[in-house]
Design a protein around this ligand. Structure first.
Ligand SMILES: [Zn+2]
Ligand SMILES: [Zn+2]
Length: 249
């Protein structure tokens, strides 16, 4: 499975970064995790059609994680999509999401496909998708609004996406992570509801985590200064993710 960084910026989009979102590019279908920036343009750069996106999982309803949805739905209609699009969100956000989609006027276009809202309870870990390709589950984040992190298991390997969060004991408790995708809104400065690179390095157990890709990045933060303070071995396993780069799981 390929995990594509569709965007890697913090809430205020960067000069060369769209807001943070991911694409799990699987064999038969793909899953978007959050959606911002220019999803149609990014899919084109990947040589993909909107029809390959089976579902969308929203980790929380902050604008930087959701605002690409109207554009994606519009593009799917223009592409003549017929199959339903599953959209996962927290149970507390169902009504809000239904109202928003209604206001987009999909029934007036009229849209050629259905949006199916599926909910999880952010407070409890739960499995959202389980098929031959992957098991995707959510676990509680530590953010200003109800938020989940994402765990993806694929052929015995594990990727975890923190979403927006303070340091999360639920991630620290996992005994093996092949790829941790963690937000690092700042390099050093503590910020409520978020994490700094320095805190991440000090808090997590690097014997349990093989690789770290940092997202939700802020332009001009001195990440390299913090990297310079860790051992070369630890440093070699960490990177600042770039838009449209991908990692294999
Ligand atoms: Zn965010
Ligand atoms: Zn947020």
């Amino acid at each position: 499975m390929e995990i594509v960084f569709m965007g890697t910026a913090c809430a205020a989009a960067g000069r060369d970064r769209d807001n943070t979102s991911l694409l799990l590019r699987g064999g038969s279908s793909s899953t978007m995790i959050d959606i911002g920036g220019n999803p149609l343009g990014k899919l084109k750069k990947l040589g993909m059609g909107t029809g390959e996106v089976a579902r969308l999982v929203l980790t929380h309803r902050h604008i930087d994680h959701i605002y690409g949805l109207p554009s994606l739905l519009w593009g799917m209609w223009l592409d003549g999509r017929a199959k339903p699009l599953d959209i996962y969100c927290d149970h507390g956000d169902r009504k809000w999401l239904e109202d928003w989609i209604c206001k987009l006027g999909m029934t007036d276009w009229p849209a050629s496909f259905e949006t199916v809202i599926r909910t999880y309870a952010w407070e409890q870990p739960s499995v959202l998708i389980s098929d031959s390709d992957m098991v995707l589950s959510v676990f509680p984040g530590r953010h200003a609004v109800p938020t989940v992190g994402i765990k993806v298991e694929h052929h015995g390997r594990v990727a975890v996406y923190s979403s927006d969060t303070e340091l999360n004991p639920a991630i620290k408790a996992m005994n093996h992570i092949d790829l941790l995708i963690h937000e690092a809104t700042t390099a050093r400065v503590p910020l409520a509801s978020h994490s700094s690179l320095q805190e991440i390095i000090q808090y997590y157990d690097w014997t349990a985590i093989r690789r770290l890709a940092l997202v939700h990045l802020t332009d001009s933060e001195p990440y390299d200064e913090v990297f310079a303070e860790v051992t070369p071995y630890i440093r070699s396993r960490m990177k600042l993710a770039q838009d449209l780069e991908s990692e294999l799981l």
